[in-house]
Design a protein around this ligand. Structure first.
Ligand SMILES: *Cc1c(COP(=O)(O)O)cnc(C)c1O
Length: 423
């Protein structure tokens, strides 16, 4: 494949090579990113990309589904087992589409939905005004507590009583603490709302049993497959049997045409990888690495939102350092440490140049880095922050990063399975 691409399209081949070099030669701390296994890559790049399979197993609109039916049923079965769900839909193209499909399975345009404000760590698709979710629904956004930076469940319950939403969304994209999905379920129940839980970021921590699973407490659980879960880029919906038909209809034909079979195939592979003791070890290490990174950063005088982390991510409030999030993120990128600037809750600065950066540990953990490396990375971040306009220092950090990267090459195979068999 590599040779064919080099022959037919040397330009693109060269760019892919450059990106591979960038990925292996930098410390990737974007909380939503990871490295997938060779097995997931192979499935993603397989001949399944050639097949149209609109519909669901045994209910397709085109012929030639002898194999795709088997693959989709296997992907569904593995997803249901992994998450302990009654029903799984493995067709959503991404987390965003999965969320919209979940809402439209339970509500009509014009109904009220209630999700975490984007500026407090919620996702665009949780009802933010520029997203379709904030346009076709009447969106009410709940905040985090100004005092603690954490959810104030009583405040959320009060808002729910006031607005009587049709759907309450739990889940976040930049929230460093464990979420009490049981409480969200109760809040929804008390006002007769449906509960949609979006675990895009923490799905890997949930399947490893480190964080509470929303599956028992939510009508529909939505997730991406490519963040901590470490699969191909895609989305997935899990639900109780009573919602199975409306969820399926909402995805297809409601929102999508033919599913991306190559992605679904790779999702099946990733689910098998996630159903192993090695995956649990990896997921636990993600959290340990984030804790070590957080501790060292605080030692170095950084303020962290909520004063730490329970999961894979850290939100740094840079106001005491007098550096904007954007300036630090750009300087870190020059030092080959890749992060993203992020607003912090109640941020006085504008969204285009906010006061925070978000960092996460899934990708470094996949490379095999542990607490000592997490602490070293915290020191490197500090060095860049302290020398933000000194290019010589920044280039020095970049050299250290390259050395660290060469000690922890990007692995191709994660699961050395001793008799592990996927049924
Ligand atoms: C990443 C994310 C999504 C969106 O996923 P895409 O695959 O980028 O569409 C949805 N919800 C949350 C909470 C996310 O973090």
């Amino acid at each position: 494949m590599k040779n064919a691409l080099a022959l037919y399209d040397p330009q693109i081949y060269e760019l892919i090579k450059q990106e591979a070099t960038r990925q292996s030669g930098s410390i990737r701390l974007i909380a939503s990113e990871n490295y997938v296994s060779k097995a997931v890559m192979l499935a993603t790049g397989s001949c399944l990309t050639n097949k149209y399979s609109e519909g669901y197993p045994e209910k397709r609109y085109y012929q030639g589904q002898q194999v795709t039916d088997l693959i989709e049923k296997l992907a569904q079965k593995r997803a249901k087992k992994l998450f302990g769900a009654d029903h799984a839909n493995v067709q959503p193209y991404s987390g965003s589409v999965a969320n919209l499909a979940a809402y439209l399975a339970l509500a009509e345009p014009g109904d009220t939905i209630m999700g975490l404000s984007l500026t407090h760590g919620g996702h665009l698709t949780h009802g933010w005004k520029v997203s379709i979710s904030g346009k076709i629904f009447n969106s009410v956004q709940y905040p985090v507590s100004e005092k603690t930076g954490r959810f104030d469940y009583d405040q959320i319950a009060d808002l729910a009583q006031k607005h009587k939403p049709k759907i309450i969304i739990s889940g976040a994209t930049a929230y460093p603490r464990e979420i009490n999905f049981k409480k969200f379920g109760q809040i929804a129940k008390d006002v007769g709302a449906y509960h949609v839980s979006d675990i895009a970021h923490i799905a890997g921590l949930v399947v490893a049993g480190i964080h509470q699973s929303p599956v028992p407490y939510a009508d529909i659980v939505s997730t991406t497959t490519h963040k901590t879960l470490r699969g191909p880029r895609g989305g997935m919906l899990l639900c109780k049997e009573q919602h199975a038909k409306s969820v399926d209809k909402s995805v297809f034909p409601g929102l999508q045409g033919g599913p991306h079979m190559q992605t679904m195939t790779a999702i099946a592979v990733a689910m098998a990888e996630a159903d192993t003791p090695e995956f649990i070890t990896y997921a636990k290490q993600i959290v340990k690495n984030a804790a070590a990174l957080a501790e060292k950063l605080m030692e170095l005088g950084f303020n962290l939102m909520t004063g730490g982390t329970d999961n894979h991510l850290i939100l740094i409030d840079l106001r005491n350092k007098n550096i904007s999030g954007k300036k630090l993120a750009i300087a870190l990128d020059r030092a080959k440490i890749v992060t993203n600037y992020n607003n912090i809750p109640f941020d006085p600065a504008p969204p285009a140049n906010p006061s925070g950066i978000r960092i996460g540990t899934p990708a470094m953990t996949t490379r095999g880095m542990k607490e000592p490396q997490a602490k070293l990375i915290a020191e490197m971040i500090n060095e860049v922050a302290e020398n933000i306009d000194n290019d010589e220092v920044i280039q020095g950090v970049a050299k250290e990063v390259l050395m660290l990267c060469s000690e922890f090459p990007v692995p191709e195979h994660f699961i050395i399975s001793n008799g592990h068999k996927q049924k």
